[in-house]
Design a protein around this ligand. Structure first.
Ligand SMILES: CC(C)(COP(=O)(O)OP(=O)(O)OC[C@H]1O[C@@H](n2cnc3c(N)ncnc32)[C@H](O)[C@@H]1OP(=O)(O)O)[C@@H](O)C(=O)NCCC(=O)NCCS
Length: 287
């Protein structure tokens, strides 16, 4: 049967999350994770659904994309379809043609799992390589050490602190209490935790971790340290605390992707016991 490209309705996001969960594995290349949709949900259910594209065959979702901004598509396929040439050709055609409602005309970036057939298909039609991402993983099969920092799981009373930490750690961030509540009311957050790290009574660091279910890799998205409290080991500590939270949720590993240009972030994850898996290059169309 033909492949069908769709933008799911809000009520269909649950099945998209289920597919993405099932595809996470320590054997598969790092790819779009339920936590990416979960984090995007801060913009509300309608915008989260409008950002998603699915490709289905015989009524089953075989690939999922998420528009992480108007001209950035992050996309993945079920592990057994990552090398399917027919699917890759069709996805490349859909992605490249502005009339098909995936990406608009002009400059665009696509993030694709390493080695997926889609990468080659986009290269064949002239898409160049672009921004480099470093993929890191910490195995969780052995107990995680104590972080050396007091942490608290964010509940209703800490939402203001959590939002302020986000804005301090990420320049230009407009994260707010309202956005946190929108995110936390989404279905993916049932398997997630936000942690705040405290130095004495000062909130200094934040991390959000997303489980994809027991025995599967869990995702860090995002992690940051307050601008006034950097260089004191808090980044390392909050990453260790996040890894421990994922271990409690049953994750097999903690994974994260960060722009390779953020050398401090890569150094921080490595310092917290994460190993570099690989580097991934976006595909890019100039115009
Ligand atoms: C990246 C960030 C979390 C680091 O926090 P931090 O509290 O300053 O980091 P730490 O003090 O715990 O440092 C951990 C390790 O990283 C190294 N490191 C931290 N920042 C660095 C930088 N800018 N350049 C090089 N190394 C750096 C430290 O030397 C340390 O190494 P060591 O353990 O081998 O001695 C912080 O700068 C930040 O919040 N940045 C903005 C948000 C961000 O980029 N988040 C990550 C992407 S989601």
């Amino acid at each position: 049967m033909d492949l069908e490209l769709r933008t799911p309705g809000i009520d269909e996001l649950g099945s998209v999350l289920t597919a993405l969960r099932e595809w996470q594995s320590d054997d598969a290349p790092l790819q779009l994770h339920p936590g990416d949709l979960g984090w995007y949900r801060q913009l509300g259910a309608a915008k989260a659904a409008a950002a998603v594209r699915t490709w289905s065959r015989d009524g089953r979702i075989v690939a999922v994309g998420m528009l992480d901004g108007p001209d950035v598509l992050r996309v993945t396929a079920a592990p057994r379809h990552l090398h399917d040439p027919a699917l890759a050709r069709r996805m490349a055609a859909d992605i490249a043609d502005p009339d098909r409602g995936v990406l608009p005309a002009g400059r665009a970036n696509v993030e694709i799992p390493n080695g997926a057939a889609l990468d080659e298909c986009l290269a064949e039609i002239g898409w160049a390589t672009d921004e480099a991402w470093t993929l890191l993983r910490r195995d969780l099969s052995t107990p995680v050490e104590g972080p050396g920092l007091r942490t608290a799981v964010v509940g209703p009373e800490q939402v203001g602190l959590r939002a302020a930490l986000q804005r301090s750690a990420f320049e230009g961030s407009t994260f707010s209490e309202e956005r946190w509540h929108a995110m936390a009311s989404g279905p993916a957050y049932a398997d997630a935790r936000c942690l705040i790290g405290f130095d004495d009574d000062e909130a200094v660091a934040v991390i959000t971790v997303w489980s994809a279910g027991p025995g599967r890799p869990g995702l860090i998205e995002p992690m940051g340290v307050h601008g006034d409290h950097r260089g004191r080991g808090h980044g390392r500590a909050i990453c260790v605390a996040g890894a421990a939270a994922l271990q409690e949720l049953g994750s097999s590993s903690a994974i994260v992707a960060t722009p390779s240009s953020l050398v401090g972030a890569v150094a921080t994850y490595r310092s917290a016991g994460f190993a570099v898996l690989t580097e991934l290059l976006d595909r890019h169309r100039e115009a």
